[in-house]
Ligand binder design. Structure first.
Ligand SMILES: NC(=O)c1ccc[n+]([C@@H]2O[C@H](COP(=O)([O-])OP(=O)(O)OC[C@H]3O[C@@H](n4cnc5c(N)ncnc54)[C@H](OP(=O)(O)O)[C@@H]3O)[C@@H](O)[C@H]2O)c1
Length: 258
């Protein structure tokens, strides 16, 4: 069975590298037209070029937008609708982790920044998608939202407690919005384990390329492992799935941690 997204329009936040870029490229490969956002336009343009070379003819539009900025969310969703006529798939992928350390030691600015980008961001982008493109008062109601959570939102993961708290709350937000926006819009989350990206560099740097990791499938995650899950959740194969969290961690949690 071939999974296709022909005719669909997707918006992926944090699409300039890592997991977001892999998701955007995979969607483009399956026929979707894609808007990618992040803070820096240079990285986005590079990412769009890389996607076009992986997928000749891919329609990819880069747009600089801070994930925590409500006006940027409004503008990015409007750009998708103006450019491609609608928005069917929103992937809330951008996240931040300004505080590495104990929860008890976090200061207010770092706590607020983490919440602003990782939790309030996905809410505001979903509100815009619903209001402008997916809700009942729009030209083409319906669609789906995918939130990038983390296994750190499901278990203790010292020293990622504050980050993990926002990822745990994002899971509850996913479930709540899945109930509120049904049946028009499905809302699901993916909880990755350790994936080889810039974001997690300090956690995998220095390990040998063929290093075995202490989890069931023994290897580090690749951004494509997460993109494959995001493709499934966006596709019609997942048309009866909403409010769920798909853990994609190589069996780390079943072995007791990451
Ligand atoms: N890698 C892992 O091991 C892992 C594990 C579990 C969950 N996750 C989750 O997976 C998602 C993607 O992570 P990743 O590993 O792919 O990270 P990454 O490689 O560092 O990429 C992060 C992306 O988000 C953008 N970004 C960062 N802060 C932003 C902001 N404030 N506003 C807008 N864009 C912003 C970055 O571009 P700019 O710098 O241009 O803004 C970049 O495109 C995140 O939600 C992360 O929490 C990752």
């Amino acid at each position: 069975m071939d999974i296709r997204l022909d005719g669909k329009v997707a918006l992926v936040t944090g699409g300039s590298r890592g997991i977001g870029q892999a998701i955007a490229a995979t969607y483009a490969e399956c026929g979707a037209r894609v808007v990618i956002t992040s803070r820096k336009i240079e990285g986005l343009e590079r990412s769009a070029e890389e996607i076009r070379s992986r997928v000749p003819g891919a329609e990819v539009v880069p747009f600089a937008a801070h994930a925590g900025d409500p006006q940027a969310a409004r503008d990015a969703v409007a750009l998708a609708v103006d450019t491609f006529g609608t928005l069917d798939i929103l992937v809330n992928n951008a996240a931040t982790n300004p505080h590495f350390g104990n929860v008890v030691g976090v200061d207010v600015p770092r706590f607020d920044k983490t919440v602003e980008v990782n939790l309030r961001g996905p809410l505001v982008w979903t509100q815009e998608a619903w209001g402008q493109a997916m809700g009942p008062d729009t030209a083409h109601p319906g669609g789906c939202v995918i939130n990038l959570s983390s296994v750190s939102g499901l278990q203790f993961n010292d020293p990622l407690g504050v980050y993990g708290m926002t990822k745990a709350a994002l899971i509850h937000q996913t479930k709540h919005l899945a109930g509120e926006l049904a049946p028009a819009v499905r809302v699901n989350a993916i909880a990755p384990g350790l994936v080889k990206t810039e974001f997690a560099r300090s956690l995998w740097e220095g390990a040998a390329p063929d290093a075995k990791y202490p989890w069931a499938l023994e290897r580090l995650g690749d951004p494509q492992d997460i993109a494959n899950a995001a493709l499934f959740l966006a596709s019609d194969l997942a048309s009866w799935i909403t409010g769920e969290v798909l853990v994609v961690d190589g069996g780390a949690m079943i072995k007791g941690g990451i």
